[in-house]
Every structure is written in structure tokens, then in C-alpha cells.
Design a protein around this ligand. Structure first.
Ligand code: 13P
Ligand code: SF4
Length: 321
């Protein structure tokens, strides 16, 4: 199949031929099923290269995937990512079938807070708006005023025109936002289990070992890591920085697969790679994507009342330019 051949070419230096031979029949089958079902695959930047470059129609960070889900004309969306991302797609496309290849693909940030926790915070801080990271369940979004992603958090907080916000649930993203705004930030103790493992000392050791190293970190990292980085940004902002400026060497302080995906497009850049994998993202595989398309399951459904309220928080975010 022509599409599969093009992916094989792009991934020639990333996936060894023996591994590709296992992937190829799955990739062919997925392309056929997508056409039959009028389906699109939305893949997050942390998906493995055979998914990201092999079968995805739309790739990006959480913000881009939400925007593109809202625009798609397909009947079926397969979310190659984690559960909260599939819920966001379902919120924005309530009439479409949204499939997640593995229902257990969760997120430590989404697990760190419940709708009840948000209601308790509202009682404690009446009249303070609740700004919620998209890495949360639809039930938590439903208790929130507006959502943010790592790519627009400062902009969204400032758009509210208030002195104080409750910012949930990522403590480190909240801290990073607080450094860039005069709005007072009340935070929560949620952490990403992948990014919290990086340390500032580790970054300094990489710098000592490699001359000319550009360090770009995701804002879910602890403050000492962000202080040791040259730049901070969402996964899409990190990719743009590398693709447009093509540094000699780069360290992307984030989930491991992203460097593989970017390296396939900018072979002239050397990637220094500490490999922290997200176990939830890695639950998504080609065979599970094929099965989801074949059987039309597992589907993501959200109770109507929760969905109506959660959708407002997401669409308010998308309205902030
Ligand atoms: P972004 O791609 O929006 O930067 O998010 C990173 C992340 O951890 C998603 O789970
Ligand atoms: Fe959640 Fe972190 Fe995995 Fe992203 S990388 S899905 S924030 S656990």
C-alpha cells in the first residue's frame, strides 16, 4: 500500500526492518479499516513512531488535538492517546463515535483529583474561578469554569481579568504559570508521573557531558528542571523550536517517544535522550487500534449532564485566542 510505503521510508532510520515487518500488515489493515469506517486517528506527540508516522491522520499536543477533533468530518475518531484526550474529543463531537484502543490508558494527573475535591475547593474559596488543566476527567472539567493546556495556560488565566484563580491539578504547571503572571494562583498537589522524575542535577550533568546542548522542558517538570532549561513549552512548542531552529544537539525533557518522532523528521539534529516513558500512552498499540476499528469498541461515553457542563469549560478555552 502506498501510504505504508511512505511511512516505511520516513522511519527507515528509526524502526529496524525486522520490527517493521511485524508492523506493516497491521498498518495496511488500519488504513483499509479507516477508509471503510470513515475514521480518523488522532495521535498525541507521545505515541510511538509506528503509530505517529505510520497510521495517524492528525498529530499534535493536547490543544491541537482538541481543536482538530472539533473540526473533523469523519464519523469515527480513534484517539491514540490517553482517556482524558478521548473524552475531550467526545465533548467536542458528541454525535461522533469516539474510540479509545485501551480504556485503561489513564493519567496520574487526571487521577489526582475528583469532582468532589473541586466542589470542596469552591466552598473554601467562593467566587474564585476554577481553571483546570485538560489532563483531568470530564467530571472534573464539569466543575470548572475554564480549561487550559500546557500551551495556553498563562494566556487563559490572564484572559479572565481576575486577581486570583484556583489552578488544578498540576502543581508544577501552576508554579510555572505563577512565575509569568500577577494573578495569584491557588494550586493542587497533582503531578505527572513521567515529568516529576526529572531533576535539575540530571539536566546539569547532561550539559556537562554534551557541548552546545539546547535544553527544552515541558512545564509539567519540577521547578528546578525548568530553571535549568533554556526554554519551556508544550509538546508542540518543543517540536516547533527544534524543527525551526535545528540546534546541533537537543535534550527534550519530556516523554521519550517524542524525540523518536521528531528525530525522524530532522535527522541533522542530535537528540540526547533520557528515556522516561508514559505507561498509559504506551498501552496504545497498532493491534489495539486495528481491533478498535474492527469492532467499534471500546467507545467513550459521557453522561449528558456532565458532558454539557464539561463542554462549556473546554469551548471557553478554545474561544481564547
Ligand atoms: P501537551 O502535549 O499538551 O504539551 O501535554 C503533554 C502531556 O503530558 C499530555 O499528556
Ligand atoms: Fe499523564 Fe504524564 Fe502520561 Fe501525560 S505523560 S498522560 S501527563 S502521566
Amino acid at each position: 500500500m502506498e501510504q505504508t510505503r511512505q511511512s516505511r521510508e520516513r522511519l527507515r532510520d528509526t524502526i529496524p526492518p525486522m520490527e517493521w515487518a511485524i508492523f506493516e500488515p497491521e498498518i495496511d489493515a488500519i488504513h483499509r479499516l479507516k477508509a471503510e469506517r470513515n475514521a480518523v486517528i488522532l495521535a498525541h506527540n507521545y505515541q510511538t513512531p509506528e503509530i505517529f508516522h505510520g497510521v495517524a491522520d492528525i498529530v499534535g499536543d493536547s490543544l491541537a488535538l482538541a481543536r482538530r477533533a472539533a473540526e473533523t468530518e469523519a464519523d469515527v475518531i480513534v484517539q491514540a492517546g490517553v482517556h482524558f484526550m478521548a473524552e475531550t474529543s467526545k465533548l467536542l463531537c458528541p454525535d461522533k463515535t469516539v474510540l479509545i484502543p485501551d480504556l485503561a490508558a489513564g493519567c496520574s494527573l487526571a487521577e489526582s483529583i475528583t469532582a468532589k475535591d473541586v466542589r470542596a475547593l469552591r466552598e473554601r474559596y467562593p467566587d474564585v474561578p476554577v481553571v483546570t488543566y485538560v489532563n483531568t476527567s470530564a467530571a472534573v472539567k464539569a466543575e470548572s469554569d475554564i480549561c487550559v493546556t500546557s500551551g495556553n495556560a498563562v494566556q487563559v488565566v490572564e484572559s479572565l481579568g481576575v486577581d486570583r484563580v484556583i489552578f488544578l491539578p498540576d502543581e508544577y504547571l501552576a508554579h510555572y504559570v505563577a512565575l509569568q503572571t500577577d494573578v495569584e494562583i491557588i494550586s493542587w498537589k497533582g503531578h505527572c508521573e513521567v515529568h516529576e522524575r526529572f531533576t535539575g542535577d540530571e539536566i546539569r550533568q547532561y550539559r556537562q557531558a554534551h557541548d552546545d546542548l539546547m535544553v527544552i522542558a515541558h512545564p509539567e517538570c519540577p521547578p528546578d528542571v525548568l530553571a535549568a532549561a533554556d526554554e519551556v513549552g508544550s509538546t508542540a512548542q518543543m517540536i516547533n523550536a527544534v524543527s525551526s531552529r535545528k540546534p546541533r544537539r537537543v535534550l527534550m525533557v519530556t516523554e521519550c517517544s517524542m524525540s523518536d518522532n521528531v528525530a525522524a523528521e530532522v535527522p541533522e539534529v542530535e537528540f540526547v535522550r533520557p528515556c522516561n516513558l508514559c505507561p498509559h500512552m504506551k498501552r496504545i498499540t497498532l493491534p489495539k487500534i486495528r481491533q478498535a476499528l474492527e469492532y467499534g469498541a471500546p467507545r467513550v461515553e459521557i453522561e449528558t449532564d456532565v458532558a454539557d457542563r464539561a463542554r462549556q469549560a473546554v469551548t471557553r478555552m478554545l474561544a481564547v485566542r
